[in-house]
Design a protein around this ligand. Structure first.
Ligand code: 8YV
Length: 321
């Protein structure tokens, strides 16, 4: 008898097929639709941002494991999973390069106004109108909030662009290639570009507020490849509208998939639909990691990449979109 698995977020066809080989897979549509089979569900596969809604978690008495197809654990109540002895796994390391790559794609898109140039040609304006000059990227000062795997990968890329790099993190990591700044405010003041790659935690919630945006300034660029909850989106919109902040390039939003109307019409904003890890290569490896963790659990082998209960000193480092 195959264990019953609830698939909350679709995965690649080959991965879903591998899941169906080993599990009776139930695609998730709504809590109501799950209730008749809820007592049989032993496993969940889900995305990082989607996680497991609290009422759903409470409705699954036989749940043994939640396999997250991502690195963010903020959408799963880890206190509750620890209390109930439910295992949680993620896909660490696999998406680091993709997320850092997208941070740089956003950086270059925003400063060099790549989407504007593309739109200019597609709307047949080339030869009829002129485009304003864009902004130089190389040599700009880059600040990173959250120096985990993704933050470090962003720093490595920044060196190819001759960018001096500084960072703010829960503590000083004594890195050779980036200097530690003890406060987020100071990090925003000192840099032209601020990349967000910190975890979504109660401590980082709305940490990018009006003060930070003002400190980054009218020529500053905010890049978010972490979670929308880090940014006070209302303050961000006001800052962009009033010229308090120069520009923003965002892969994540506070209430996905709802993106505030105001952002859609802003020229100084570049938007992506939370897809920093969405490449064929990476999603295939992530998906295989999800499958491997689930298979390991149900065959009594050690999990490949379990989320370990937090100790008081294990501060949040980095998540990735
Ligand atoms: C994915 C993410 O987009 O890793 C995370 O936490 O949010 C992303 O990489 C997501 O997990 C897939 O839904």
């Amino acid at each position: 008898m195959k264990p019953h698995l609830l698939l909350i977020e679709p995965m690649m066809p080959t991965i879903e097929s591998a899941l169906r080989d080993a599990f009776t897979v139930h695609p998730y549509h709504s809590l109501e639709a799950v209730l008749p089979i809820a007592p049989r569900i032993q496993a969940i596969a889900t995305g990082g941002a989607t996680g497991v809604p609290a009422p759903l978690l409470a409705a699954l008495p036989a749940l043994e494991i939640i396999a997250i197809n991502g690195v963010g654990t903020d959408a799963v109540n880890l206190n509750e999973t620890v209390r109930r002895g439910i295992h949680v796994t993620t896909t660490p390391g696999i998406l680091t390069d993709d997320v850092a790559d997208l941070a740089f794609a956003l950086l270059l898109s925003a400063l060099r106004q790549v989407p504007t140039g593309d739109h200019f040609i597609r709307t047949r304006q080339w030869g009829k109108n002129t485009l304003p000059l864009a902004h130089k990227a190389s040599g700009k000062r880059l600040g990173i909030f959250g120096m985990g795997h993704v933050g470090k990968a962003v720093a490595r890329r920044a060196y190819g662009f001759d960018m001096p790099v500084s960072y703010h993190h829960t503590h000083n990591l004594h890195l050779n290639n980036a200097y530690f700044v003890p406060s987020l405010l100071e990090l925003a003041q000192k840099n032209d570009i601020l990349v967000l790659s910190a975890s979504a935690t109660p401590q980082t919630y709305h940490s990018i507020n009006q003060n930070i945006l003002e400190a980054l300034g009218p020529k500053g660029l905010l890049i978010n490849v972490s979670r929308g909850s880090l940014v006070d989106e209302t303050a961000l919109i006001t800052a962009l509208q009033n010229g308090v902040l120069g520009a923003a390039a965002l892969d994540v939003f506070e209430h996905e998939p709802n993106v505030p109307e105001a952002l859609l019409s802003m020229e100084n904003v570049v938007l992506q639909p939370h897809r920093a890890s969405a490449t064929v290569e990476t999603r295939l490896t992530m998906g295989q990691c999800v499958v491997d963790n689930l298979l390991a659990h149900f065959s009594g082998r050690p999990l490949i990449s379990p989320v370990l209960p937090k100790t008081p000193s294990s501060g949040a480092s980095t998540t990735a979109s």
